[in-house]
Design a protein around this ligand. Structure first.
Ligand SMILES: *Cc1c(COP(=O)(O)O)cnc(C)c1O
Length: 459
């Protein structure tokens, strides 16, 4: 009998492996105490399966590694810069490239160049570093994502979409002149890797053109967003990821990019622009913060690996396996009854800590607590995306985000399906004993991006 399944498999084979250290429950308890119950402060050696982030944790291909040997480490005019520039022009269609050491370097420059004190910057849900750079430049971030994004139970397929009514309201209240650009993230990291539809982008483009407002992408996971458009949006089923990526960019004026996600490298990023004036200023500024405009804080070899990785990231077979693995993990978790954000997004599974631990109030950090418990069970490292990550407002009050999530981020091309089974089973064991779990209190709080270094103690 034929199986009634059409399984995908990885479009690569394994050439080299990295051995992992196995730990005992006793060792994990000690490691977690030493880390102040913050998974960011664990030593990576003490982690079995590391799902802290998909950022810079991907496995490079043999082609990328070969590219590392072709580094032209000239201070100026490296050939790897010109290769990266051509790749950005070919794949994304933007005219001008400013390389940066990673995504936030590009965010800093874009914010400094385009935002004036008192400006309003609408965006489809905040991202930690993006919003902070906008605020440091004197701007005020406003969330304009559709309401469905804040509802972990909504199955709306494009939860990253922008609510045009929310944008219109800001325009009416502040005037278009105070809005330098709308920041559109594809996909939306903090909503759970949720995509934006092409229809929504087209509508936003028409609206902003009329008002004279630019659109800047946070294009960190644009290829993943393109996969969802291909799979879920009417009219895109027969288009390639590469075609869809190019079309997304065509409705925008530029973007910031972290090469550490889609582009399958361990470090790198860029700012891409269509507007010569903005580019000229950005190119002046990159010299101050990153390095000369033809390396922007990167070695030539890093630019080469990123250029190759960008081309690999838009291969259909790659993306099918990448997101197929994430979906597989999500389906395993659902089968155990674990509450997760749906639909399942592009780069990981987001477990709903409010539903998982309903007896822990948000002030006692349910998602931080859950991430700690998951580490204790089998050495799997996840991270908090809730009240700790959301931080404080300028007036010192805590933000209270609706979503209180634990993120299981899947590095690209690193773990196998068997690892996914182990992750789901470990989380199910924690779910089984959820009622015994108590919250945490914060005993050290850094001033900026507190989730990275905050310390906690059990209540
Ligand atoms: C990672 C990330 C960034 C920042 O990029 P870095 O390379 O980490 O500086 C910005 N936006 C989103 C959505 C990200 O996921």
């Amino acid at each position: 009998m034929l199986p009634n399944k059409n399984s995908w498999a990885e479009p690569y084979k394994i050439k080299m492996v990295e051995l992992l250290k196995m730990t005992t429950a006793e060792q994990r308890k000690k490691a977690l105490e030493d880390a102040g119950y913050n998974t960011f402060l664990l030593k990576s050696e003490d982690v079995y399966i590391d799902l802290l982030t998909d950022s810079g944790t991907s496995a490079m291909s043999d082609e990328q590694w070969s590219g590392m040997m072709l580094g032209d480490e000239a201070y100026a005019g490296s050939k790897n810069y010109y290769n990266l520039e051509k790749t950005v022009q070919d794949i994304y269609g933007y005219k001008y490239l400013v390389p940066t050491h990673q995504g936030r370097g590009a965010e800093n420059i874009l914010s400094q160049v385009m935002i004036k004190p008192g400006d309003i910057v609408p965006g489809n849900m905040y991202f930690t570093t993006t919003r902070l750079h906008q605020e440091l430049a004197g701007g005020d971030f406003h969330d304009v994502i559709v309401d469905e994004a804040h509802d972990s139970a909504s199955a709306y397929p494009f939860k990253g979409n922008i609510d045009l009514n929310k944008v219109e309201k800001l325009v009416q209240e502040y005037g278009a002149a105070r809005i330098p650009y709308i920041c559109v993230a594809v996909t939306v990291n903090l909503a759970g890797g949720q995509p934006v539809s092409m229809a929504n982008l087209k509508e936003l483009r028409a609206y902003t053109q009329e008002k004279g407002i630019k659109i800047m992408l946070d294009m960190t996971r644009i290829a993943e967003n393109a996969y969802f458009i291909q799979q879920k949006e009417e009219g895109y089923r027969l288009k390639t990821i590469a075609e869809i990526v190019n079309e997304i960019c065509s409705y925008t004026d530029g973007g910031t990019f972290s090469g550490k996600k889609d582009a399958l490298v361990n470090i790198g990023g860029f700012l891409a622009l269509n507007d010569w004036d903005v580019f000229e200023e950005a190119r002046n500024m990159v010299v101050v913060y990153e390095g000369l405009h033809t390396y922007g804080g990167l070695a030539g070899r890093d630019m080469e690996a990123m250029a190759i990785g960008i081309r690999e990231s838009v291969q259909d077979a790659h993306m099918k396996a990448r997101i197929g693995q994430v979906l597989y993990l999500g389906e395993q978790m659902e089968a155990f009854g674990i509450p997760i954000v749906k639909p399942i997004g592009g780069h990981g599974i987001f477990v709903d800590a409010k539903q998982f631990l309903p007896h822990i109030p948000q002030d006692d950090f349910p998602a931080q607590t859950l991430a700690a418990e998951i580490y204790l069970d089998a050495g799997i490292r996840t991270m908090e995306r809730g009240i700790v990550s959301a931080g404080r407002k300028a007036n010192g009050e805590n933000y209270y985000p609706n979503l209180e999530l634990v993120r299981f981020t899947i590095p690209r091309r690193v773990y196998t399906q068997a690892h996914m089974d182990v992750i789901a089973e470990s989380t199910a064991r924690v779910y089984e004993r959820r009622k015994e779990i108590k919250g945490l209190k914060m005993v050290y709080e850094p001033k900026y991006l507190r989730f990275f270094q905050a310390r906690f103690q059990p209540l």
